[in-house]
Design a protein around this ligand. Sequence first.
Ligand code: PLP
Length: 427
Amino acid sequence: MSVATQQKNSHYYIDLENDHGAHNYHPLPVVLEKGDGVYVWDVEGKKYFDFLSAYSAVNQGHSHPKILAALVEQAGKLALTSRAFHNNVLGPYEKYVTEYFDFDKVLPMNTGAEAVETAIKLCRKWAYEKNGIAENQAVIVVCRGNFHGRTTTIISFSDDDNARDNFGPYTGGFVSIPYNDIAALEEVAKQKNVVGFLVEPIQGEAGVYTPDEDFVAKAQAICHANNMLFIADEVQTGIARTGSLLAVCGNCTCENQCERQATYTKPDILILGKALSGGAYPVSAVLADDHIMEVIKPGQHGSTFGGNPIAAKVAMAALDVVSEEHLIQNARKLGDLFRLEMNKIIAKTDLVVKVRGKGLLNAIIINDTPESETAWNLCVKLKENGLLAKPTHGNIIRLAPPLVITEEQMMDCVAIIEKTIMEFKKD
Ligand SMILES: *Cc1c(COP(=O)(O)O)cnc(C)c1O
């Protein structure tokens, strides 16, 4: 091995990032160079189970051959036209994605935050043009502990000091209620000019908070009784992650078109991102029916890259994979298994107090103060034992593997987690 090659270990790359990149993240000290399915490899060649899946973007697994082929083929043909011209991929994609999720129309964007912004603009415009709200008076209800992205408007209604502090002045027109609080929603819905409710069906970043089973359905009913739009941010929870196509589908395990199921709560506006591309490309979308989407007219909203041919082809392939490989059913089945196994471990240790979640979006709650380093230290030990996960707010570790994980792989992961927790106890 040459000296130059020898130097390019993890430390080399971490130092480069440190020296030249803004310090806006605090990653685990691991440098990845390859991924395949549920596995990733670092630059030293060590193999890990990925239990973050890029915040649920990689639901279909790393480097999925079908998604990769779509990406490469379209990149070699036509990458970007902008929306100044038509292309022969956008229309087929729009037909595909609206049928897949059962909406009249889609508005394609790139990142989750852009899609949330789009949904906010759509809701406001609908309120002024269809609901008679006076200019600039529309108010959208959000929940405490929310995470909807990082734009100036979105952080304006965050209650995470880190996300907000010294980024003001903030955008107005939002009111915040506690999560999973139907009475609070009912109360605020009575106020003048309240036009929408923007909510995550499960709060992912906040620490995988699963609301009451009937929260989403009741919230939608309140919205409709008060002329408000029910806006579901399923950027993290959507596309099979929680053991149904969308978290708002409740207990439905069909591949798509959940309308027949009594448990399905159809949002007025649905926001998707992350796994819409299987992680191969930034692809996000806002879906709504005509009576809402028709308020947006030419020139009023857009994105240079939104709905580009690569994104369109990649998204279709990514959604095909969800259906063809029965990822909804797998997430449901292995999620049940995972929580069962975690509860067995919890019975044997004081370190972990609880596991919660749905499908394969789960979290374990560490028995320590939110300020302590215990969850971080445990993640470092998990990494040493071959499993990558990241603490989220407080002492909570989110555990969300790609949905292509097999039962055998899951049991290997359970063994790693158990071993790590038991070793950790002795420290
Ligand atoms: C990740 C996330 C977003 C933001 O997506 P980006 O692609 O990072 O902009 C929005 N909402 C939820 C619920 C998310 O988890």
